[in-house]
Ligand binder design. Structure first.
Ligand SMILES: Nc1nc2c(ncn2[C@@H]2O[C@H](COP(=O)(O)OP(=O)(O)OP(=O)(O)O)[C@@H](O)[C@H]2O)c(=O)[nH]1
Ligand SMILES: [Mg+2]
Length: 475
């Protein structure tokens, strides 16, 4: 953003101007007051210009990284790893804010199960898919053997969680009324087989909102509301654990082909810990929390350790969903590196935004477009082949990679071979589609594994910093 001073209507030759002849006492007092005010305004503008100049200078001395990749590829999770690695104190200071997100992730899974069970209010959801609500209910009641009274018991006991969900969503989007609970739901249509997403527009300051002590009378109730939400969740924890552990519920979900464990923001296995009264999220919990990014978020990390070559990192974390991608382009300019994430495990999944498109194919297309971009001709690329843990377990469970990726032909259904194949494919696409030779570094990652990601982060840091030094002729 550039500042320019507003034009002054009449510019006197001397400042302050000479007093007009015959000035009365009152006129003098008014004039002096106006001069004081004009000086105050001018100084405020000067301060803002200086502030802006300092910000620009700081940005020039920062390492700027743009995170790209489809939705749920792990961009924000990698960013959290950078924060944990370079600024652990700042990372831990935010854990309270993440607790609300984790609670919301847990509650959405519970409400999702309750909606899916017979008699659940799934008619809205089903109609999005052109199916009747009785269709889902009938399927589940045929497959699941949950008896009616037990179901009613769970429904009644867990009904307060609907209110908790509402409180948390409203609180997370509190300073942006357009993103109230209903709108969040509308923005994220219900997909059969998935709990709905939690999304807060970047820059809405949601972390601060959850910490802030409110002064106004209306807002004074807010900290209590959050406490109340936590108490309700705490009181429901045994019932949640029982619901999740009930064999009929498990059978019902299995019969529907719903694997909640594979979904983002899954905390049902740890209900008693996460819903405990004094629960403090661990770094791993924070990495596993799911909060969809909307728009482009700028995150500045000030390195807390001495001896690091770059003291400030600026990350631009983008929303990866198809509708979000146009907003990436203005950030292509003046960037030190692109971190592109491909979730390897998505080879047998379809896009939520377009159920006809395979997610791995979408990653290939996206990569190709990024490589071809003229704006990014000279930019260092770092490719993270992410979600290696889920890929590994899918292959081990016998999901055949070659069925979804025809060009893999009769390659072995083994982790190392599949990784190598994907690596070769991405490197070849980069070579083929880049206007000129570029630096490309490829890593296989599991962004929810803190220690292995730390090693990758050190390598990334070395690659970007060394490359910047070369391009700025320092070495
Ligand atoms: N098991 C596993 N989960 C991961 C890995 N990387 C990320 N996740 C999880 O995947 C979910 C989605 O990750 P995000 O970082 O929010 O994805 P994103 O790319 O920022 O998605 P958008 O903001 O929608 O563009 C989160 O719940 C993460 O915890 C991984 O390597 N393995
Ligand atoms: Mg994100």
């Amino acid at each position: 953003m550039r500042w320019s001073k507003p034009a002054t209507p009449t510019i006197p030759e001397t400042w302050p101007p000479h007093p007009p002849p015959g000035e009365t006492e009152l006129e003098r007092a008014v004039r002096l007051e106006e001069e004081k005010e004009a000086r105050r305004r001018s100084e405020a503008i000067d301060r803002e210009i200086e502030q802006e100049r300092l910000e620009q200078r700081k940005l020039r001395h920062s390492t700027r990284v743009l995170l790209l990749g489809q939705a749920e590829s792990g961009k924000s999770t990698v960013l959290k790893n950078f924060q944990l690695h370079f600024a652990p104190e700042a990372f831990h200071a935010e854990s309270e804010a993440w607790r609300a997100v984790i609670h919301l992730n847990l509650i959405r899974s519970v409400n999702f199960i309750l909606d899916l069970l017979p008699g659940g209010p799934s008619s809205l959801h089903s109609s999005l898919h052109g199916e009747s609500s009785s269709h889902h209910s009938r399927q589940l009641s045929e497959n699941a053997l949950l008896d009616d009274s037990l179901l009613r018991h769970f429904r009644v006991r867990l009904s307060p969680l609907r209110q908790v969900e509402l409180i948390l969503v409203q609180r997370l989007s509190a300073d942006d009324p357009s993103r109230a609970a209903v709108n969040v739901e509308e923005a994220m249509p219900w997909y059969y087989g998935r709990a709905s997403e939690v999304s807060i527009r970047g820059g809405s300051g949601w972390k601060a909102l959850l910490r802030r002590k409110w002064n106004t009378s209306q807002a004074a109730t807010r900290p209590d509301e959050l406490d109340k939400a936590r108490q309700i969740l705490h009181a429901c924890r045994q019932d949640i654990a029982e619901l999740w552990g009930h064999p009929d519920v498990q059978h019902g979900l299995e019969a529907e082909g719903v694997v909640l464990r594979d979904q983002s923001g899954f905390f049902l296995d740890e209900t008693l810990r996460v819903a405990a009264a004094g629960y403090e999220p661990t770094p791993l919990d924070i990495l596993r929390a799911r909060l969809q990014t909307l728009g482009v978020e700028q995150h500045t990390i000030s390195v807390e350790r001495f001896g690091e070559p770059s003291h400030r990192w600026v990350f631009y974390d983008v929303g990866g969903a198809k509708g979000q991608r146009a907003s990436w382009v203005p950030f292509f300019d003046d960037i030190d590196a692109i971190l592109f994430l491909c979730p390897m495990s998505a080879f047998n999944e379809v896009m939520l935004e377009d159920r006809r498109l395979n997610r791995l194919l979408d990653s290939f297309n996206l990569w190709k477009t990024i490589c071809m971009s003229r704006l990014l001709r000279g930019t260092t690329f770092i490719l993270l082949l992410n979600k290696s843990d889920i890929l590994q377990s899918k292959l081990a469970a016998g999901v055949p990679f070659a069925r979804y990726v025809k060009s893999y032909k009769d390659g072995p259904n083994e982790f190392d071979h599949v990784c190598e194949y994907l690596k070769r494919k991405f490197v070849a696409m980069c070579k083929h589609n880049s206007a000129r030779e570029r630096q490309l570094h490829v890593h296989v990652t599991c962004a929810t594994d803190i220690s292995t990601t730390a090693i990758v982060i050190n390598r990334i840091k070395d690659a970007i910093v060394v490359n910047n030094l070369i391009s700025s002729d320092y070495i």
